[in-house]
Design a protein around this ligand. Sequence first.
Ligand code: PRP
Ligand code: ZN
Ligand code: MG
Length: 224
Amino acid sequence: MQTQRLRIAIQKKGRLSKECQNLLKQCGVKFNLVGERLVVHAENMPIDLLLVRDDDIPGLIMDGVVDLGVIGENELEEVGLERSALGEPSEYQKLRRLDFGGCRLSIAIDKDETYSGPQDLQGKRIATTYPQLVKRYMDEQGVTFSPCMLNGSVEVAPRAGLADAICDLVSTGATLEANGLKEVEVILRSKAVLIQRNGEFSAEKQALIERLLTRMQGVIQAKE
Ligand code: PRP
Ligand code: ZN
Ligand code: MG
């Protein structure tokens, strides 16, 4: 069900939410986030913001439920791989890479263990929220492993005896440090991206998207 208004999905709460809201404001979109509202109407443009969990954004775009979304490449690639493995729609268009949300997806092990390369992970159990990306990397390396799927507290898995290693997002490294882990392989470098659903857009929506992109270009360039 398509609406006249341009629907943009953004993360409700988390590492991308503040910067994403700021970017939209700097692009001239006026809105007021009140309480726990899921849909927020922009005051000065035909735009509706959908405030959702970041994990849901790739699927909302790939199913064509929303028009635009801002999401980390890590989440986008993971969901894309999972959906194509299941034969579900996984198409989208990347409109532009943004200048925030930088992080890396890395494998980490106990800081006191020795490490000389991916072959040291042979047969190990790896805790992660990104099993598809880990599998892609390990397949490339020709190393087999067992996954341990966790949606949170991944960094405590080795100490809790649930896994031998983890693969999780790292930005400052403080979480690894605090949990006695060391980063041994970077498997993906990620940033936030603006994505668009496939398919037709009305002339009005298309024009609005182009206007937003032009403004975004200006906002990002001004910061460089
Ligand atoms: C990620 C990751 C680590 C943390 C790493 O979590 O799972 O917990 O960030 O960042 P650092 O290197 O700066 O310590 P995120 O904030 O995305 O939240 P989540 O774990 O609840 O998804
Ligand atoms: Zn998430
Ligand atoms: Mg975390």
